[in-house]
Design a protein around this ligand. Structure first.
Ligand code: URA
Length: 433
């Protein structure tokens, strides 16, 4: 068996067996298979898809490419959360300290930005001092002591996913059901959680553009979860417009801090409460979804969730004076408003286009080795359905380049669509599976 035969088989739309998938995963993880060969193989999967059996074999091979974390010493039911990705998705930053403040232990391994979507690790690293790459033992000890730890994917856990994830982002192979399902579920299996709540995003700013594709992805992940005895719940959420108001790493952290202090936008709140209520239920801390939501609202209002976030940041080396005073965060060189030249109602704000615009400003990567600019991004001033007058502020662009600022303002004005009639708002929570 060699990698050329395996690439050719997938290229020719033939089904791969378990040995061939294992051969690729082992070879790529240890560096025997080159990036360009892996890129070709991943592109063949992207174009030709995979059968259910292939997806399962790929997921298990990726999960077993490193250690499988044993969290049993915590003596608690560990519930993990993951999102299939979105634009302005700062849910983990709010939800995880919030549920931790209610006694749900959080052991979370997050990712970096992928394609046009942001990643929680990049956002956490915009907090000066915050360490995302701590040792596994410290990770477990933090969960034991503080009830929460949020880290990046270490090379010990699902290393094959870490390599493939970075590669996919730089070869335009992100929006693929088999690659997303195996990426997410391999990480979740390796990070040891018994129960899993997944935010499966749907719409222009998601990798699944319509609900039926999102349901296929959700069903696949639920099936893999069953196979490895990890109860998995998928919540389908709307990602047609960016979630909340901020897009960009530091800007989203600031929005999350404000949310934890009780100032939370309606759409972010709905997603946080729905996912959290199921996390609390799966953790065995409350069967009633509405009661769970009420407990969460209380901890957002009484400061307990915010306190837990401070504890998390401090414990991972972050400078909490930035959290206490968000004015301290470094700002982009140019910050300018975009003014509306029309009146009416906002009818659409294409999330994918906004995500790409944020990447253009420097918030995301084109090549996997690229560095990012934490302080750049976009703040929406209006959401779909809001009324707008001529001369009112539509949004604010944060850029480190004047040339990019000029381009971005033009592009933003084009992305935000305004109509005379008000359009019906789409629900934020689309389906629970
Ligand atoms: N999140 C992941 O971890 N992997 C994907 O492929 C998409 C979102």
């Amino acid at each position: 068996m060699n990698i050329l035969e395996i690439i050719a088989k997938k290229r020719d739309k033939k089904q791969l067996n378990r040995e061939e998938i294992d051969f690729f995963i082992k070879g790529y993880t240890c560096g025997k298979i080159a990036d360009y060969q892996a890129a070709s193989f991943i592109m063949a999967i992207f174009l030709n898809g995979m059968t259910e059996e292939e997806i399962t074999n790929l997921t298990l091979a990726m999960a077993n490419s490193g250690e499988i974390l044993d969290l049993s010493s915590l003596n608690k039911i560990i519930v993990d959360k993951h999102s299939t990705g979105g634009v302005g998705d700062k849910v983990s930053l709010i939800l995880l300290p919030l549920v931790a403040s209610l006694g749900v232990p959080v052991a979370k391994m997050s990712g970096r930005g992928l394609g046009f979507t942001g990643g929680t690790v990049d956002k956490l690293e915009s907090i000066p001092g915050y360490k995302t790459d701590i040792e596994i033992n410290d990770f477990i000890n933090n969960v034991r002591k503080h009830g929460i730890s949020m880290i990046s994917q270490t090379m010990d856990l699902a290393p094959a996913d870490k390599k493939i994830y970075n590669l996919r982002s730089s070869i335009s192979c992100v929006e693929s059901m088999p690659l997303i399902a195996s990426s997410i579920m391999s990480k979740k299996i390796a990070s040891g959680a018994e129960k899993i709540v997944l935010d499966v995003t749907v719409g222009s700013g998601a990798f699944m553009k319509n609900q039926s594709d999102a349901e296929i992805l959700a069903n696949e992940m639920i099936k893999i979860g069953k196979l490895v005895n990890r109860e998995t719940i998928c919540i389908l959420t709307n990602m047609n417009e960016p979630l909340g108001y901020a897009v960009g790493n530091t800007l989203e952290v600031i929005e999350a801090i404000n949310a934890l202090r009780g100032e939370i936008s309606e759409d972010v709140k709905e997603v946080v409460l729905e996912l959290g209520a199921y996390m609390i239920k799966l953790a065995g801390l409350g069967d009633n979804i509405e009661n769970n939501k009420n407990k969460m609202i209380k901890n957002l209002e009484n400061g307990e969730a915010y306190k837990k976030f401070l504890e998390l940041v401090e414990n991972q080396g972050g400078d909490i004076s930035y959290i206490e005073n968000t004015e301290k965060f470094e700002k982009a060189k140019y910050i300018e408003q975009v003014i509306s030249n029309k009146k009416g109602f906002i009818s659409s704000i294409d999330a994918e286009k906004i995500g790409k615009l944020a990447c253009y400003l420097g918030a995301g990567r084109i090549k996997k080795e690229d560095s990012i600019q934490n302080e750049v991004g976009i703040i929406l001033n209006k959401k779909v359905g809001d009324k707008i007058e001529i001369g009112e502020v539509l949004g604010v662009i944060h850029s480190n380049s004047n040339g990019k600022m000029i381009e971005a303002k033009k592009e933003f004005l084009d992305i935000v669509k305004i109509s005379k009639e008000n359009t019906k708002k789409v629900n934020t929570i689309l389906k629970i599976m």
